[in-house]
Design a protein around this ligand. Structure first.
Ligand SMILES: O=C(O)CCC(=O)C(=O)O
Ligand SMILES: [Fe+2]
Length: 462
């Protein structure tokens, strides 16, 4: 499970009035500020930290673990570490303001030959993609989503993705109303949500860390076509936490950590659960992910007819036509949340593209190798960036050691007028303390359809 994080710094004060647009509905949104190491609250927190700090007992951390620790550090904030992270927004003059105001700045990577630019397919407005020669199969599409598209996806994640029939981390513990937590928070803010009665079965070990909903991704064997039968076996739900009190929707919203979309991921067994119905992936999400895969000139990523040779991905030639996302996770991060190193290999074909979209606060994303011993590449992912892992790196360790405070772009909290501002305000307030990641996969290769598998056991489909 993720390391317990150091106490968060005292809540930052709102930005000076001159930086907010006074007439806008969004002017009551106060996004997180970067750490102010000269402030009395920082100094107080530092003193508290030094009084309780214990040096790491194990001198031999894996390279991945070591990087995680460096980026998680709060005293001092790892500005210098972040300055070495790949930050492709620096190559885009149109993102100058976002970078300047976001405080954390990485490095562009082009001069050092760390990245190679590729032109996206027709229809993407001349936008660029980037390959990283040291990470075969990785494609980064910076600013793939316009601010308007980002806002649309944020709405979709909170209003559509995090509600029944999709499962969220809170469903194990609370009787979340069927129209979802977001609707409850907006429409019935005073109505308490009751905890689920404690159920009488033995607690299990697994990814869902109780009510906190943190994901603790421990090692699991990769899925394969032959293990598909296991997916049809109904899975036992994780035990709900006893002794929880009823809570208001606004109290639960910061505890929302993940929502399954499409084929449901069962965190306890770390496999997909096809005994449950397979809802469609919300169409805005599916469309954006398909667009991203179609935009990539795969012939510049892989060598034709090389099959599964080192550094290659079998079958990439057809991805632009047959990539069909059928499962995903929407991750909701608070500013102090992290996602520890893991490999996503519960899908049947783990070389097909995994599309990851970043919204809200920026983060440091670490992408390592096949073991934790490989030193990871740090990548600064900003709102609107898409990242595609395919081929070899699709099965490599990765994680998110830090969400970057003070990095929420202005287009997600300010700069909106009239109706738009009024309608957007609650989403802007949510993002002022959050990052959302949409992580979409194709579990079943073409010809092995999810609907057909669930049809095999109709009595199990709820
Ligand atoms: O938040 C991210 O950028 C990565 C999330 C991830 O790796 C996952 O959901 O498996
Ligand atoms: Fe992942």
């Amino acid at each position: 499970m993720p390391e317990p994080t150091l106490p968060a710094l005292a809540p930052p004060s709102p930005p000076p009035p001159s930086t907010a647009s006074p007439a806008s509905e969004a002017s009551d949104i106060h996004p997180s500020l970067p750490p102010d190491t000269t402030s009395p609250s920082y100094r107080k927190a530092l003193k508290r930290h030094l009084a309780t700090f214990q040096p790491a007992s194990s001198p031999s951390l894996s390279a991945f673990r070591d990087a995680e620790k460096r980026f998680k550090c709060r005293f001092p904030p790892p500005r210098e570490e972040v300055s070495g992270a790949l930050d492709l927004a620096l190559l885009d003059a149109g993102r100058g303001e976002e970078v300047r105001e976001g405080w954390w700045v990485g490095s562009p990577g082009v001069d050092e030959g760390r990245v190679r630019e590729v032109r996206l397919q027709e229809g993407e407005g001349g936008r660029k993609g980037y390959l990283v020669p040291s990470v075969p199969g990785l494609v980064i599409l910076p600013a793939f989503l316009l601010p308007r598209e980002q806002r649309q996806l944020v709405r979709c994640c909170l209003q559509e993705a995090a509600k029944s029939p999709n499962e969220t981390n809170l469903d194990t513990h609370y009787l979340v109303p069927p129209d979802g937590l977001w609707a409850a928070a907006q429409e019935r803010p005073g109505e308490e949500i009751k905890p689920r009665a404690a159920v009488l079965h033995a607690p299990e070990t697994g990814d869902d860390d109780g009510e906190k909903g943190r994901r603790t991704l421990i090692a699991n064997p990769p899925a394969s076509a032959t293990s598909v039968a296991n997916l049809l076996t109904p899975k036992v739900s994780a035990a709900s936490s006893p002794n929880l009190s009823p809570a208001l929707p606004a109290q639960l919203l910061p505890k929302l950590r993940w929502a399954n979309i499409g084929a449901s991921y069962h965190w306890t067994s770390k496999s997909y659960d096809l005994s449950r119905a397979v809802p469609a992936i919300p169409c805005e999400i599916a469309d954006v992910c398909k667009r991203a895969v179609r935009a990539v000139p795969w012939g510049e990523v892989y060598i034709p007819s090389a099959g599964a040779a080192a550094g290659q991905a079998p079958g990439w030639e057809s991805w632009t036509e047959d990539y069909t996302p059928d499962a995903g996770i929407v991750n909701f991060y608070g500013l102090a949340d992290t996602l520890m190193a893991h490999i996503d290999h519960s899908e049947v074909d783990c070389s097909r593209p995994l599309v990851s979209l970043s919204l809200g606060h920026a983060c440091v994303f670490l992408l390592g190798g096949a073991t934790r011993e490989t030193a990871p590449l740090p990548i600064l992912l900003r709102s609107g960036d898409a990242l595609i892992m395919s081929g070899p790196c699709r099965r490599w360790y990765h994680g998110v050691p830090r969400v970057l405070e003070g990095s929420l772009p202005r287009s997600l909290w300010d700069r909106l007028e009239g109706e738009d501002a009024r309608e957007w305000a609650p989403f802007g307030r949510y993002l002022a303390r959050a990052r959302i990641n949409v992580n979409v996969r194709q579990v079943f290769p073409p010809g092995m359809k999810v609907e057909r598998l669930s049809a095999v056991a109709p009595e199990d489909v709820s």
